[in-house]
Design a protein around this ligand. Structure first.
Ligand code: FMN
Length: 383
């Protein structure tokens, strides 16, 4: 099968990854309206073709939070990547490293911070969920520091977990609980099963051995479910920042008010994100709120965006609307499920090629030159 775009990777992943884990990625909260709105918003933004300009010597290189990137597209934190493909976190981190973009490791990863650090030589970013057990949070920050992580991404939109119907129907768990329906899902994916046989531990690697109550799968799931902190608030950012002492990114900002609040914390960047439509169903698309947030914060911090980016044209659109950097979630998750490390690399290559061609046809040679002048302003960004 020829892999020409992100949709091809998605189709291949659907054939190779057990249903419960494919569905885990391809799902949003409740009616999934926000999940689909994220993608649809990009299509509504039309690009301005320019001609008669010299377009040789183009470059996709840029920076995100002061770090050099081959293109301004980071890999977003995604939980249990290691269930899309054996050692998924390590493979995705290696693909990002060889391509020259940041990889963000989720708190809820199968491979631990230390395992990913051992398998790579470029610093990656660590995404933190602030748990009620603050001792555990402090230890996660210290471990990320010890592993040389070059940014801490604090996720602010998951104090309570959005309900995803597909996960409930599939009885999602990691490792999978073996009953007849799940066994059938696994048996029809023998390639995936074989890879997984070589993996030592399929639990949440950052939790194993670090929390008293997370000894086996059942107690670990119960612990996690009980740990998301309803009392977490803006005041907590100060101590997180002090403990961390490095580059800080706040993820999950969807309004100008919250963006202004973020500027008061001293954070280096915010990610305009609705968690890929997996949390507040009914929230607008991230693209539709991006310009208002960029206006609200000016150059006080960098504004990044994720949600619904499926192509290099989408990256171009986000940059034109004022984002300094972007993240992809599902596109590289599908790449991983389809073809492991090579699939993540393929997702990045596809997006880079599309971004490059789009820049050329819009007559831009550098990422910094992209702006609102590249958009047809007759199109409005709908939620
Ligand atoms: C399967 C899946 C798991 C995710 N897990 C996390 C996570 O552990 N932490 C986090 O901050 N965001 C998580 N996210 C949200 C992503 O970081 C990102 O915001 C989102 O995927 C971007 O949308 P896109 O998938 O349309 O590119 C997850 C998203 C998906 C699809």
């Amino acid at each position: 099968m020829q892999i020409l775009d992100v949709n091809d990777l998605m189709q291949l992943a659907r054939r190779r990854v057990p249903k419960m884990f494919f569905d885990y990625a391809d799902s949003g909260a409740f009616s999934e309206s926000t999940y689909h709105a994220n993608e649809a918003a990009f299509g509504a933004i039309k690009l301005r073709q320019r001609v008669g300009r010299k377009i040789s010597n183009r470059s996709l290189a840029s920076t995100m939070v002061g770090q050099k990137v081959a293109m301004p597209v980071a890999l977003a934190p995604v939980g249990i990547l290691g269930m899309q493909h054996a050692n998924g976190e390590i493979l995705a981190a290696r693909a990002a490293e060889s391509f020259g973009v940041p990889f963000t490791l989720s708190t809820m990863s199968v491979c631990s911070i230390e395992e990913v650090a051992r398998a790579t030589s470029t610093p990656f970013w660590f995404q933190l969920y602030v748990m009620r057990d603050r001792g555990f949070v402090r230890s996660l920050i210290d471990r990320a520091k010890a592993a040389g992580c070059s940014a801490l991404v604090v996720t602010m939109d998951l104090q309570i977990v959005g309900q995803r119907h597909k996960d409930q129907r599939n009885g999602l768990s990691t490792p999978p609980r073996l009953n007849l329906p799940t066994l059938l899902q696994l048996l029809v994916r023998p390639r995936w099963c074989l890879q997984m046989l070589g993996v030592r531990d399929r639990r949440l690697g950052n939790l194993v051995g670090h929390t008293e109550s997370a000894k086996d799968l059942t107690s670990m799931s119960a612990w996690v479910a009980d740990q998301f902190d309803l009392e977490f608030c803006w005041d907590d950012i100060a101590w997180l920042r002090e403990r961390w002492g490095g580059t800080l990114i706040l993820k999950g900002i969807m309004t100008a008010e919250d963006a202004r609040e973020a500027t008061l914390t001293g954070a280096d960047a915010i990610v305009v994100s609705n968690h890929g439509g997996r949390q507040l169903d009914g929230a607008p698309s991230t693209l539709s709120v991006l310009p208002g947030i960029v206006d609200a914060v000016g150059d006080q911090l960098e504004v990044h965006v994720d949600g619904g980016i499926r192509s290099g044209q989408d990256v171009f659109r986000a940059l034109a609307l004022g984002a300094k950097g972007t993240y992809i979630g599902r596109p590289y998750v599908y790449g991983l499920g389809a073809m492991g490390e090579a699939g993540v690399r393929r997702a990045l290559e596809i997006i880079a090629t599309e971004l490059d061609v789009t820049m050329a046809l819009c007559a831009e040679r550098t990422i910094a030159a992209i702006g609102p002048h590249n958009l047809e302003m007759t199109a409005s960004v709908e939620g």
